[in-house]
Write a protein that binds this ligand. Structure first.
Ligand code: ADP
Length: 191
């Protein structure tokens, strides 16, 4: 199995690049942000529980997020592999993911971090807010998301670095150039 984590701050381009990677490598894309938004849209019990947190730009508690992720992965027992996008966002999530994959006789092959500076991120998200109207893209909510990223999520990087699984790709430039750089990293992890 080829299991990858695509890592990066809000607006780094994880969603865009995941779509391209899944089609090239025949992987299943699991975006916890997309899953939460679908729950909210369909007004499920889970959606009702998390909608206020997400609107404020806060992280959903690990327990809820991990259970949702595992349930989604279990829907695809025949997968060639997964791209995890927006997960793990905390060290306990990263540990839970390792344990979960190990229980299936699998593991994370590599973690690719998309590197984009703060100025560019702010520009991209302002644009996305205009296009999609995502409430958590509004400036004050975005500020909270970026705080959560630097407070909790950034610590996931040393966790994977210690396992020798982390690589970085410049996330600024043409979408296809970034994609090619990502593929070069994926091919390394596949060896
Ligand atoms: P972004 O565009 O900021 O990368 P996502 O679409 O991945 O955002 O996630 C949107 C929101 O969903 C997050 O701000 C957070 O509230 C919630 N969320 C998504 N993934 C996780 C996670 N792994 N742990 C906790 N909360 C999450």
């Amino acid at each position: 199995m080829l299991n990858l984590v695509l890592f990066g701050p809000p607006g780094a381009g994880k969603g865009t690049q995941s779509e391209k990677l899944i089609s090239k490598y025949q992987l299943i894309h699991i975006s916890t942000g997309d899953l939460f938004r679908a729950h909210i849209k369909h007004q499920t019990a889970l959606g009702k529980r998390v909608s206020a947190l997400i609107a404020e730009g806060e992280l959903v508690p690990d327990e809820i997020t991990i259970a949702m992720l595992e349930e989604e992965a279990d829907k695809n027992p025949q997968a060639n592999g997964f791209i995890f996008d927006g997960f793990p966002r905390t060290v306990p999530q990263a540990k839970a993911l390792d344990d979960f994959l190990e229980s299936k006789g699998s593991a994370i092959a590599g973690v690719i971090a998309l590197d984009v500076d703060q100025e560019e991120l702010t520009k991209r998200i302002a644009q996305r807010q205009l296009e999609t109207g995502r409430v958590d893209d509004q400036a004050d909510k975005l500020k909270k998301r970026i705080e959560e990223y630097f407070d909790k999520t950034i610590h996931v990087l040393p966790y994977y670095e210690a396992q020798g699984k982390l690589s970085k790709v410049n996330g600024i430039g043409k979408i296809d150039d970034i994609f090619n750089a990502l593929c070069a990293q994926v091919d390394q992890h596949q060896k």
